[in-house]
Design a protein. Structure first.
Length: 160
């Protein structure tokens, strides 16, 4: 606050002239209180304006954050859609791999069966070769008797 010379002269004039000095003094006090209230009001007004500016800044910050959140949500949605596509493709490829593996297993089982049949046929052929009759007439009632020393003492039984 500035020092108010006019008020000082009024108060001093009132005291010097007498009579109205007490009234002038009371008026000066009331005027000082009024000026203090006005100064306090101006300070409060300035504080309210500062708070309003800060609130406006915070609102803009909140709007920016909300926009950022929206953008990130959209990006996340697109990424989730991409992930879902990859998951679907992975499932499709897994199904194809499973079917291929089943086909391979079926082929391997058939191959194993064919190999077993082939080996059994070879064994039968070897057995029949071993018992092959080399006589011109194989109608001997005692059975086949080739001149094979390995077969001495064995009796022929047809392969199963």
């Amino acid at each position: 606050m500035e020092f108010d010379w006019i008020n000082l002269f009024q108060v001093l004039g009132g005291i010097i002239l007498g009579g109205g000095g007490a009234i002038g003094w009371k008026a000066a006090i009331r005027k000082g209180k009024a000026e203090a209230v006005i100064a306090e009001h101006d300070a409060d007004k300035a504080e309210v304006e500062r708070l309003l500016l800060e609130l406006d800044h915070q609102e803009k910050t909140v709007e920016n954050l909300m926009q950022l959140n929206t953008n990130l949500s959209e990006r996340l949605m697109h990424l989730n859609a991409t992930i879902d596509k990859h998951i679907d493709r992975n499932r499709e490829l897994s199904d194809r791999a499973y079917k291929s593996e089943r086909q391979i297993n079926d082929i391997n089982e058939r191959l194993l069966t064919a190999i077993e049949e082939r080996d059994q046929a070879r064994a039968e052929v070897e057995y029949l070769r071993m018992w092959r009759c080399e006589w011109t007439d194989c109608q001997d009632p005692r059975g086949r008797r080739p001149p094979n020393d390995k077969l001495k003492g064995l009796k022929y039984a047809p392969p199963k």
